[in-house]
Ligand binder design. Structure first.
Ligand code: PMP
Length: 399
């Protein structure tokens, strides 16, 4: 009897929870022009793939799609590396995957810091108990490559990290000769191209890069959720000869490489790939293949000139003074004296256009305008700057 009563009581208490009211309403997704640091707008050809039916991740047709993605990634990274695939996760997962595989206890890590992303890599290494040395530039500037070469020769790191395009400052760090210095002194060379790939020149093999990662939601115009990555033969050799196994199963590059068909061995189950996001990445790579990677890079360069000219016309100044060091697909703009950046960005958002404020040390000092992929377009850029200027003037008139 008591048991029946207890059962009924439990039933009552279990069924008394009402479903969340919010979930009984339709989801609201307003149209938005995404000119912030990412995500960028999704191209229609990519969005369409998202609603295609799922396949099993081990089905031959999906394995073929994964193979196409690998070819596309080799094409945009400009590499022959066999271990070229995409990690299931956002850009950070590329960073974590690279570092947990390429660093092991006792290693020394040199970080070239030109903004938040160097700090993030150093933070991750600290969490792993790895010794870190940073070589930094004031925000808005790059570290001279001669200083990097010197630091490599003196510190003799096992791994060197450079962010090619730091989205917190808008600086493009020159990469030439760093790979040579790494080879000379026995270091591996790791590059973050999350905010730069497809929008600024990059050639993994010519630059002697040992590991490079990126993300899908910037120049590629795909949804966030995959981190393209590539490991050189030197990097794979280091991973194979580790004294300790990689501490992460999910990010184990050799396991992931097998899952993506990089090692020529029988494919083993590792995890369930985010099927729809892989479709989207394939569509994004197909769009770049049709335009041409060099053509895409050139278009971003040409349209950065359109942006600089429009800013000048409206009396606004880029934050990165040296034009050669500006990231073509993400421009940082100085907030004029006395203007509240948030107020201006808020006004733009009510007009359906997103730009962002600074990040980390640049908060309050700059706006960040991303012109990634399909958003690298003359008319769209001129309209964004027009709206920015109008929003600044409205804020000013209230002062
Ligand atoms: N590196 C850089 C240069 C980035 O701009 C970002 C994202 N803004 C990341 C890494 C991290 O990528 P995610 O937010 O996709 O994890």
């Amino acid at each position: 009897m008591i048991q029946i009563l207890l059962f009924l009581l439990l039933q009552c208490s279990m069924s008394s929870r009402a479903p969340p009211k919010a979930l009984l309403q339709d989801m609201v997704v307003p149209p938005r022009q995404l000119f912030g640091p990412g995500p960028s707008n999704m191209a229609d050809s990519i969005a369409e793939t998202q609603s295609k039916n799922l396949l099993g991740h081990l089905h031959p047709e999906f394995v073929q799609i994964m193979g196409d993605v690998r070819l596309g990634l080799q094409y945009i990274f400009k590499t022959e590396n066999k271990y070229t695939f995409a990690v299931s996760g956002t850009g950070h997962s590329g960073m974590e995957c690279a570092m947990v595989n390429l660093l092991e206890p006792g290693d020394k890590f040199l970080v070239v810091e030109i903004g938040l992303w160097g700090q993030r890599a150093a933070d991750l290494a600290n969490r792993m108990g790895i010794e870190v040395k940073k070589i930094s530039a004031p925000h808005g500037k790059a570290v001279p490559v001669e200083d990097i070469q010197k630091a490599i020769a003196e510190y003799k790191p096992n791994l060197v990290f450079v962010c090619q395009g730091d989205s917190s400052t808008g600086v493009a760090q020159p990469l030439e000769t760093i790979g040579d210095a790494c080879r000379e002194h026995g270091a591996l060379f790791l590059v973050d191209t999350v905010a730069s790939l497809g929008g600024t020149p990059f050639d993994a093999d010519a630059l002697k890069v040992d590991c490079v990662y990126s993300a899908t939601q910037k120049v590629l115009n795909a949804p966030p959720g995959l981190a393209p990555i590539s490991f050189s033969d030197r990097a794979i050799e280091k991973i194979r000869n580790r004294k300790q196994r990689v501490a992460s199963f999910y990010f184990d590059a050799l396991e992931l490489g097998n899952y993506w068909g990089c090692d020529g061995e029988l494919k083993r189950y590792h995890h369930t790939a985010p099927i729809s996001t892989v479709y989207a990445l394939r569509a994004a790579l197909s769009a770049i293949a049709k335009e041409g990677i060099d053509e895409s890079i050139q278009r971003h360069k040409d349209n950065s000139q359109v942006l600089y000219a429009a800013l000048k016309n409206h009396g606004l100044e880029p934050f990165v003074e040296d034009e050669k060091l500006r990231l073509p697909c993400l421009t940082t703009v100085k907030v004029p004296e006395g203007i509240d950046w948030k107020d201006v960005a808020g006004k733009m958002l009510t007009n359906g256009v997103e730009i962002a404020g600074g990040l980390g040390a640049t908060v309050g000092k700059i706006w960040r305008i991303g012109t990634f992929g399909i958003n690298s377009n003359k008319t769209k850029i001129e309209n964004v700057v027009e709206l920015l200027s109008k929003s600044i003037n409205e804020t000013r008139s209230k002062l």
